[in-house]
Every structure is written in C-alpha cells, then in structure tokens.
Design a protein around this ligand. Sequence first.
Ligand SMILES: *[C@@H]1O[C@H](CO)[C@@H](O)[C@H](O)[C@H]1NC(C)=O
Ligand SMILES: *[C@@H]1O[C@H](CO)[C@@H](O)[C@H](O)[C@H]1NC(C)=O
Ligand SMILES: *[C@@H]1O[C@H](CO)[C@@H](O)[C@H](O)[C@H]1NC(C)=O
Ligand SMILES: *[C@@H]1O[C@H](CO)[C@@H](O)[C@H](O)[C@H]1NC(C)=O
Ligand SMILES: *[C@@H]1O[C@H](CO)[C@@H](O)[C@H](O)[C@H]1NC(C)=O
Length: 920
Amino acid sequence: MADLVPASFLTQANALSRKNLAYQRRNLWSNVRLIVIPLYLCVLLVSIQALFDAQVTNSPDNRCGCQCTDDQSGDGKCDKKSCGVAYSSQKQAMFCAFPNPPPLPPLLQIPRPKTPSASCTRLTGSCPVTVFVTGNNLSLGPALSRSLLTTSFMVNSSVSWLRNPAITVLGTTSEPDLTNYFDPGIHSNLPIFNIQPQCTPRTTFSFSTGQSPQKFKKVEVRCVQGLSLWRNNSIDVSHEILKGYHEDVINDVAAAYDLLDTDTNKFNVTIWYNSTSKTKLLERRVKLVRVPRSVNLISNAYLQYVNGPGTKILFEFIKEMPKVETLLRVDVASSIGPVFFTWVILLLFPVILNTLVYEKQQRLRIIMKMHGLGDGPYWMISYAYFLTISTLYIICLMMFGSLIGLKFFKLNDYSIQFIFYFIYINLQISIAFLVSSAFSKVKTSSVAAYIYVFGSGLLGVFLFQFLMEDSSFPRRWILVMEVYPGFSLYRGLYEFSEYALDKRDMGMKWEDFSDGGMDEVFYIMIVEWLVSLIAAYYLDKMSSSGKDPLFFLKNPFKFMPRHSLGSEVSVEMEKLDVAQEREKVEQLMLEPTTRYAIVCDNLKKMYQGRDGNQPKIAVHGLSLAVPSGECFGMLGPNGAGKTSFINMMTGLVKPTSGAAFVRGLDICKDMDRAYTSMGVCPQHDLLWETLTGREHLLFYGRLKNLKGSDLNQAVEESLKSVNLFRGGVGDKPAGKYSGGMKRRLSVAISLIGCPKVVYMDEPSTGLDPASRINLWTVIKRAKTNTAIILTTHSMEEAEFLCDRLGIFVDGRLQCIGNPKELKGRYGGSYVFTMTTSSDHEKDVEMLVKDVSPNAKKIYHIGGTQKFEIPKGEVRISEVFQAVEKAKSSFKVFAWGLADTTLEDVFIKVARTAQAFNVFS
Ligand SMILES: *[C@@H]1O[C@H](CO)[C@@H](O)[C@H](O)[C@H]1NC(C)=O
Ligand SMILES: *[C@@H]1O[C@H](CO)[C@@H](O)[C@H](O)[C@H]1NC(C)=O
Ligand SMILES: *[C@@H]1O[C@H](CO)[C@@H](O)[C@H](O)[C@H]1NC(C)=O
Ligand SMILES: *[C@@H]1O[C@H](CO)[C@@H](O)[C@H](O)[C@H]1NC(C)=O
Ligand SMILES: *[C@@H]1O[C@H](CO)[C@@H](O)[C@H](O)[C@H]1NC(C)=O
C-alpha cells in the first residue's frame, strides 16, 4: 500500500468532532441535565421569593398600619378603617405616606456611656461631654473654641425648643435611622441631653411630631455639661477620640473640629464624626449620620467671632422629603444574585476541568496523540465543545430567569448580559485548560475546583464586596483583585444586581456601561482570557514535548540523574549477538538509511527512587534496529523493562539518556510527526466505554487520513479480521465487550490505516486460542510493510509471529536473533524422556550412556527420567534403534525425544542472566 499522507488539521478536527459527537450523543442526557441545572436553580430562587413574600412582605409589620375607627353596627365588622402614621406602630410607620414630614430638632451624636459604674455617669449629669478644637492659628483657635458653647442658654420649660432651635444644643446617645421621618433620638425612651457650659436643674418639655395632635409627646431633657477643649494638633484629637476605644475609659466626645488654616478671611474646617453604622449583613443601605448640628455649631461660633455675638445662623429644624406609602419589596434574586449566580456559573468550571484531567488520567489524550491527533485539533474541538455547552447553559440561565420573571435578568440589557457571560465562559474555559496541566488525577482536580467555586462565592460576598463598598479602599486595588476571575465575575453580577435593585426599574443599558465598573471588568476579562489561552497552549505544548523550560520549576530535581548517569561505569559483558546489534546501530547512526523504521541507540530509562529507595533502572542502554517488514518480539520476565521501553518509544515517558528514531524522526524532538505513522496497542485497553468498536475504528481511521469508501472498507475489514464483525458486535458499545474483545479491538485500532511502525504490548493476553490464531494472521498480514515491536509472554506467539526475538532481562538485552538461531544456540540438545518401572531405571541410564556419553540427567521421579542429549553426539535413528532394543529387554511405559523449545531457551537465558546479576 502506498504511503498515506498525514491527515490535515481539518481532517483531524473532523475526526475528533465526529467522535465527540457520537460520544456526546450517548451522553445526551447528562448533557441535558447539566444544561437544565439553571432551571432548577431559578425555580429555587422563585420559591425562596414566594416564601419570603408570604412570611415577610405580607406580614402586617411590614406595611403601614390601619385601625378600625368606626364600628357603630357593633357586629364586630369594621365599618371604617383608617390608615396612616397615627394608626401605626413605630415599626409600621416607616411604610406610611408622609405628605408633610414633621420637623425635628437637629441632634448631636453623643457616644453611649461605656461603664455605668465609673466615677461619673451622665444620668446624674455629673459627667461632661467634650468638644475638641484644634487648628493652626493659636490666637484664633482657642478663642473660637471658648465661644462654641457659650451660645447655649437655659431651656425655659414653658417655651418650646422650636422657638430657639439654633441656640439650644441638644444631643442624644441613640443612633440615627435610615430615614428621618422618626428620629429614634426623640421617639425612643432615651433622654435628650441639653449641652450647656454650666448645668442647672433638670427640666422637661414636650413637643409634637407635627402631624397629628394625638401624638403630642413629652420628652425629658437633661442638662449635661459641655467642655470645649483646645488641643495643639489633630493627632492629639484623634488620640483622644479613639482613647475610649482601647481603654475602658468613658470618653464622651460630642464633636471635634480641626480649624486648619482658618482666619478672619477664610473658614476652612474639618469635622470629625463617627461614621460607623451597624447595618445588617447583605444590607447595602447606609444609615444617616448626625452631622448637621455639628456643622452649625462651629459655623455659628466662627460667625460670632468674626461679626460679634449678635450674629447667628438659626438652625430651625431638619425635615425629611415627603414620601408616598411604600411596601416592603425585597427582590431576593437580585439581593443574593451576585453570590448565587457566581456559584451557578462557576459550577461549569469543575465540569470542564474534570473532563480535561480525566482524558489525561485515562491516557485517552495520549493514545489519540499516538495515532496522530495533533494538539491543535484537540484544542480546537475540545474548546468548541466546552464553549457550546457553556453557552447553552448561560442561555438557559438567562432564558429561565427571564421567563420566571427575575428582574436580575429581565431589566438589564440582554446584549450586555450575554456578552458579559460569554466573555466569562471563554475565560473560564481557558483557565480550565491552563489549570489542567497542573493536575493528573481527577480526584485532586475536582476537590480543587470545588474549593475554587465555593471559595470564590464566599470571598466575593464577604471580602470583595465589603472592600468594594468601602469608599476609602483604593480603587486600583479593586482592579487588582478583579484579575482573579472569580472576583471579576462577582463584580459583573454585582453591578447587574445593583441596577436590578434600583428603584427606577431601569436596569443596565449600554449608556451605563462605563458608569459602574462594568467596562473595567470587560477589559480585564478579555485580556486575561487571551493571556491564559496563550499560556495554557504554551504549557501544554511544553509538557507534551520534552523541551519545556517551565518543567524544571515544577520538579527541580528531575534532571539531576541525567548528569550522574553519564559518569556511571558500565562493566557489563555483552553477548556477541547483542554487541553486533549495537555495532549495527552505531553504524546506522553514522550513515542513516530509511530501511530501518526503528533505531534505538543506547536508550536508558531510570526512575527516581521514592521515599529513600534506590533509583530503579528500567532500561540499561538498549541498542536496537528494526527494519520495515520485520516483527521484533521482546520476551522477558515480568518487570524486565519491556513496557518501559514501549512507553519511551511511544512518547509516554521521556528517556533518561540515549536516542531513538522512528523513521528518522527523533522521539525526543519530533514525536508529534512520528505519531502520524504510528500505531499502538497498549497493555491496558484505552477505549471509550460508550463508543462502539466501529466508531473507534472510524475515528482512528480518519486520524490516519482514510476517507470515504476506503475508510468504510478498512473498518469493515478490520472488524472482520479481529472477529468483531459477526452478530453486530462491532456496533455495541466497547464498555460491554469482554476483555478479549477489547484486546482485539485495541489491536485492530493499532493496525488501522497501515501505520509504518506498530507497538504492541502483549496483544493476545486473555484471548481464547481460536481468536488468538485469528489475531496472529492479522498481525502477520500487516507485517509486510510495517515494523512491529511486540512484547509477549507466549513463546508460541513469539515463534509464530516474530522474525527476530530479543530476550530482555533486568533492563538488558540478553540475546537477539531469530527463533531458530536462538534455539540452536541456547538449546543445542534434545530432551529424552523415558518412563519404566523403578527396577529398570539403571537400564535406562545405561541405554542413554550408550547413545551419548555426555548426556545429563535433568529430572528423575518414580521411574520417569529426563536426559539432555547434546545434538552433535547423536543421530535420531540411533536413539530409535536403541529404544527398540530396550523395549525387548524390559517394559517401557512411555518414552519421548523432544527438540528444545523456545520456552527452554527463555528459561535458560533468564536464569543465567539473573544468576549473573545476583552474583555480579
Ligand atoms: C420662662 O418663660 C416665661 C414665659 O415666657 C417667662 O415668664 C419666664 O420669665 C421665663 N423664665 C426664664 C428663666 O427665662
Ligand atoms: C500647646 O502648646 C502650647 C505652646 O506650644 C503649650 O504651652 C501647651 O501646653 C500645649 N498644650 C497641650 C494641651 O499640649
Ligand atoms: C491668626 O488669626 C488672627 C485673627 O484672624 C490673625 O490676625 C493672625 O494673623 C492669624 N495668625 C496666623 C499665624 O495666621
Ligand atoms: C483647607 O485646608 C486644607 C488643609 O490644610 C487645604 O488642603 C485646603 O486647600 C484648604 N482649603 C481652602 C479652600 O483653603
Ligand atoms: C462609633 O459608633 C459605633 C456604633 O454606634 C460605636 O460602637 C463606637 O463606639 C463609636 N466610636 C467612637 C469612637 O465613639
């Protein structure tokens, strides 16, 4: 058959995609299940929302209160119901309409007293609050600080505070709310403090909340002494403010000002205030702070300093904006959206990573490669597959989310959403490719991937979001954090949820694209995607070919033995035939010819010792040349290094030293090209459980550039030749095959497309005799144009198939030659067996001595004796004559004369070699 042209990129891609399609068709349901996961999750969200609405939204506590105002009929049925602030509890009131919110006094925030048992308590008025002032001008500052609180005057119990609001300095220890319709400082039962330079007896006054006369409330006002203190610099002030924090000191700082460079022409002041507000987790609303009075106080003091005591800025009241009645509406999906959807989308990551690592772990990737599948088509098709699955997943998520009515999906512009998700899944796939090179086991990769999934979501909500919302955290660090893919995804989802939660119900549009951080996220992800794709491709290329510059980072000691091997002194005595082969190889290295398909020159493999064990040398300098059309059989006891040798030749492991050429291509450098004309039947079947035998052959046939009718014919023949054709066996999934059938399929795969070099690692293990003979004929037929290296434990097979044999013991070739030669060389004798009654044993010995004086007794038990008779000494006819004579003189139960078998040769060679190795 003519040389086949190696399959082109597209042919390979086509072969792989057809195989994958067949594979995925079988896995259709698991794919569908994966894709509809978003549906389940959306339904889950809707159920949570429904539960939430039933329990929280529709509870009477969460709407404006109503009471029955007219029940004249007395039948218990309400005739007239009135709703509003007046009929509401304090909790309900915040949902009511406020067409005219009540004016409230501006209050200063005073920290809560820390230790009630300390020497002074504010409840008795003995404990002063302080106002700190600092600044650069030592004449202006202290003067100003003195006039800060002198403006206060005693509250006259019969005068409402409203008449003189600007000059009555009131304070509270209660924290402000989210809105100012009801100030907890006034409506709670905590006292209000009137801060004055000097205290007079306590007074009480009352005021109304403005709207309803029924709610006329008396509030207790207590006097508390206010000290205005000058400090030389702002560090001192900060220290004083924070002192109470660390030490258990009552530290009642009501206000603090830094006047900076204020003078009579310029008023420039920094105001300290406590911005800490305890909001609940996940609640993104900001509480009010009590600064207005603080600002007014210093402004008034400054004005009075500049313009004289008559000048005042009156601070009448503070008042909220009017509002309509509201309902509590919490959009659960949007509120927990960022973390929830981060998980949903990240869930694809383990799926992708595990698929990649699985193909590596099961060596499916490498076996495809050995049959000529290049990295390019593999990447392209795998990428396309993952992208398709991910895209479908995302589309389903968006579709189900919108159908179910989640604002998160409905409000935001679909094109922004889709592009965002699409970029992200691309990034995710390339990250999976990148990361997969670090894993070799599915177990570890899936653990790592799930940690990544859940870790990213949790870190996103508890760390990243927290920092993002903290306006003092530098923005560029947020950008740096977004380089982590989990956070960039989180950021995007966060922006979507912000827009979905927005009261205006507008959602994110392209106009808003650069308002939040969305544009940055896009750019970061795109750049990262390209970078990780290139890095992944590079790493993959490096780890599949030997020359990787990053490999030594991963395992810095890997290369050390290479140097130490060089100095190893080889004191082995080589047999003549092995030495001849070595000479032949050396000759070939000098003047290469194409006649030899496989040439190994002094190939060595050493495995690193683990846990303090000695390093194990699997192959000791093997030299071998196999011409095209020859089947070379490798015999050897278990653990002799045959499989290591095949693994090296097929690129599974790198040789420690030495060189090997497959059709002139160096296996360390040009393995990818060598693969295009190679067939491999590995020791363990590497098959896809769900693909049929025919599909396997079609796939590998396409990789070998077979097309159309040639392909079908080759597959058909191949199935027939390995006995997988009848009964439609070839169309059953390989997972259902018996061990022997799998074996036959593996052999058929290795031979399809007439490869020039075929390696078979124990091809006939587990086969019944009939199939074995069948298989042998197939291999024999394939041999004509191909170099085959075959390992086997069956001497029969070796004798039948191999043109030459090498016996391999402890990593060394002990002898090499064709089966006949070997038998002649190592056998060289007949085995004569005779069974008589035990009385005649002596007679038998005599008989043998007669025939051949140098015969050796090798076996003797209960009348049966075996002798080894050197071939040179006897003629067979003499033996027959002697036996005939003996038969007449005593009774011979049985006798036999056998030539040495290959088995005898094998045992002999293996024994002597091992004995030699033990004693050397
Ligand atoms: C309090 O106000 C009343 C009525 O306006 C007035 O008669 C009284 O003198 C005031 N008391 C003080 C101490 O200013
Ligand atoms: C502030 O500085 C002045 C002069 O530099 C000094 O006399 C005074 O003791 C300082 N006050 C404080 C509270 O450190
Ligand atoms: C401090 O303020 C006073 C009054 O405004 C002004 O006369 C004086 O020049 C200021 N001193 C400095 C050092 O700015
Ligand atoms: C106010 O003071 C700060 C700090 O000294 C200074 O950076 C700022 O420019 C000043 N502002 C004005 C308007 O002078
Ligand atoms: C600031 O306010 C928080 C919350 O009310 C409080 O726990 C904290 O002690 C206050 N800090 C200072 C320095 O007063």
